[in-house]
Design a protein around this ligand. Structure first.
Ligand code: 1YM
Length: 637
């Protein structure tokens, strides 16, 4: 071994040691999110190979024991000696930090995870990792443990000359990650998104951990056009066409797909090099500008807006719009606190000019579609005006009568929001029990009558006029939309308490839909919880047990013995419990079970789930329930 090689080796170990010491700097966190991030890093390398035109199929397998295997049919990572490092390129890829940037070759890394870090980071954070390469009729293999090379790259066999590709298997290091169990649905959602964003690629996800293998194939010839169709699948599209714009300007490749549906919410997602940008940025700004300008110009030129009428606002035109704005750019600059916002100014101009030009052409070619969109936008403008008046009225009213709280609210006495929580309770009778059960100092109760308004199906003016929704808004104290101010939140915890049956689940979903649409920060900041009332009460020899699931009941029964002295009560609703039972099982902070509601920033599937469950279409809902039913527990169907 030459001294030079030795020095090199020390430097490498220092690099990977830095990753192990501060994993958060490289993959965001060591929580379950970081764990999944390892998969995306390896998959992204395969996607790059697909974007370069050499690979069309990627397999992702979750093996028993939560190791992951990723296989692609690309060229195979180069195995020749890299002269600068004096070792095979593949070894450099896995052992040198930041080697992902394709040294010595043209082109740029197009896809890429949160920090664009790559294979060496995954290697550093794995208990072991093995790479196998099929290339030039040979099979090459190398193994690493916690980033260290176990043996030099070796040839382990032969393969047909036509077979090429890369296979990587790794086991995340349990001494680094807080969680080492992969979630099938999280990977499914992300890989589906990747497949939509990469036209024609085929991604197969296979889960071998259970008794039966689960498998999904994601392959979309239409790319982001099919993405928009997927996002709109539970909604009524206003016209059959998907508007599609594509082009390159100033080295920015732009692709946009969009379609309006009959809902009132905007659903636009930006991506930069296949990475989601929940905070938007220049690409989204360019899109919005083009949309507003093009529609107003078209409307005026075609006399669909009178000279005396106001311009349509961007918000009006985007009502019910589903859109994907995807750009590919050489050196993306991410800004903002969480680095999730695109900063490159050339992206704004590129998207603006490509969308303006192609959308103008589309509208001229499809006047009937233009008319439908403009009619909806004009309706939105009128509703917005009505909502503004209604809101001004309530604002003035609350200013006059000193911000009166809703009559049905039984507020708590402690005035420090830190200590306080509010229970949103289904029905007046359960509300009554909860009021007598509560700890008056810190727990407030707001009973809601029946089903609340479905905000997916109502315009703002109607929403502002709804009594149950108004009660929640005033009780929380934060205001909504542009008035929203989290520092005014009157309770640290907002707890949704509904019956453990289908109706209860429906009401919870309606409430969550409202919170997600109008006060998403409450969810993001971890203020929203679901109470979990027990399903069963078991009495035996004057002793009482509560069970929150069938498994728990069985466990208790096997401990106390299954005999005739058991008195089992199945709770149908909160109303069946008296105040004392409700306190003991569901409200006592010392004993109760609360589930925190969380959401992934920029998750395009949240909307699909809400609209599938809450929308008008029956078929997608049936499919969704069939697909997910096995995994839903505690639901009394
Ligand atoms: C399962 C993970 O990493 N596939 C993959 C990676 C590379 C190539 C092909 C590749 C790239 C190039 C030339 C090039 C990488 N190569 C490098 C490096 N799948 C997976 N497939 N030939 C093959 O970009 O020029 C890094 S990644 F740097 F060695 F070229």
């Amino acid at each position: 071994m030459s001294t030079e090689y030795g020095a090199d080796q020390i430097q490498i170990l220092e690099g990977l040691e830095a990753v192990r010491k501060r994993p958060g700097m490289y993959i965001g966190s060591t929580s379950v999110r970081g764990l999944h991030h390892l998969v995306y890093e390896i998959v992204d390398n395969a996607v790059d190979e697909a974007l370069a035109g050499f690979c069309d199929t990627i397999y992702v397998k979750i093996n028993k024991g939560n190791t992951i295997t990723v296989i692609d049919n690309g060229r195979g990572i180069p195995v020749g000696i890299n002269h600068k490092a004096g070792k095979p390129a593949v070894e450099v890829v896995f052992t040198v930090l930041h080697a992902g940037g394709k040294f010595g070759g043209g082109g740029y890394k197009v896809s890429g995870g949160l920090h664009g870090v790559g294979a060496s980071v995954v290697n550093a954070l794995s208990e072991w990792l093995e790479v196998t390469i099929y290339k030039d009729g040979k099979v090459y293999n190398q193994r690493y443990e916690r980033g260290k090379v176990m043996y030099p790259l070796k040839v382990t066999g032969e393969c047909s000359l036509g077979k090429t590709g890369t296979m990587v298997t790794f086991k995340p290091d349990a001494t680094i990650f807080e969680e080492t169990v992969y979630d099938y649905d999280t990977l499914k959602q992300r890989l589906r998104e990747t497949a939509f964003l990469t036209k024609n690629i085929k991604i197969v996800l296979q889960d071998d951990r259970g008794e039966e293998t689960r498998e999904r194939v994601f392959h979309y010839e239409g790319g982001i056009k099919e993405f928009v169709q997927y996002l709109n699948k539970s909604k009524e599209a206003l016209y059959p066409e998907i508007v599609y714009c594509e082009g390159t300007k100033d080295d920015v490749y732009v692709e946009v797909a969009m379609q309006h549906n009959d809902s009132y919410t905007e659903n636009c997602f930006g991506f930069v090099n296949n990475i989601t940008t929940p905070e938007g940025g220049t690409h989204v700004a360019g899109f919005r500008n083009a949309l507003t300008k093009t529609f107003n110009d078209y409307a005026r030129n075609n006399k669909l807006l009178k000279d005396s009428e106001q311009n349509l606002s961007g918000e009006d035109i985007r009502e019910g719009l589903t859109a994907i704005i995807s750009v590919k750019i050489g050196e993306p600059q991410f800004e903002g606190q969480t680095k999730q916002k695109l900063g490159n100014s050339e992206a704004r101009g590129a998207v603006d000019s490509i969308v303006s030009e192609q959308l103008t052409y589309f509208l001229e070619q499809n006047p009937q579609v233009a008319k439908i969109i403009l009619e909806k936008s004009i309706m939105a403008q009128r509703a917005r005006e009505a909502a503004r008046k209604a809101r001004d009225l309530t604002r003035r009213k609350t200013a006059l009568d000193g911000m009166s709280l809703p009559g049905k609210l039984a507020d708590c006495t402690d005035k420090n929001p830190e200590n306080c929580e509010i229970y949103i309770v289904e029905g007046d009778s359960a509300g009554g029990s909860a009021k007598s059960a509560r700890s008056r100092a810190t727990q407030a109760i707001l009973p809601l009558r029946g089903k609340i308004l479905n905000v997916e199906k109502a315009r703002l003016d109607k929403i502002y006029g709804n009594a149950e929704i108004k009660a929640m808004i005033t009780a929380f104290g934060t205001g909504i939309h542009e008035d929203f101010d989290i520092s005014k939140l009157r309770y640290n915890k907002i707890i949704i308490m509904t019956d453990a049956d289908v109706d209860g689940a429906h009401i919870s979903t309606l409430l969550l839909t409202f919170l997600y649409r109008f006060m998403p920060d409450l969810i993001k900041e971890g203020h929203v919880y679901m109470a979990q009332p027990p399903l069963y009460k078991l009495e035996k020899n004057k002793k009482v047990w509560y069970a929150y699931s069938d498994e728990e009941l069985n466990k208790i029964l096997s401990e106390v013995g299954r005999d005739n002295n058991n008195k089992i009560q199945r709770y149908k609703g909160l109303g069946e419990m008296d105040a004392e039972q409700l306190w003991e099982t569901t409200m006592d902070p010392e004993k109760r079970v609360l589930r925190k509601v969380t959401m992934e920033e920029g998750d395009s599937d949240i909307d699909v789930v809400f609209t599938t469950l809450m929308g008008d279409k029956v078929e997608p809902r049936r499919e969704f329930i069939e697909e997910n039913a096995v995994y839903v527990k505690n639901l009394d169907v």
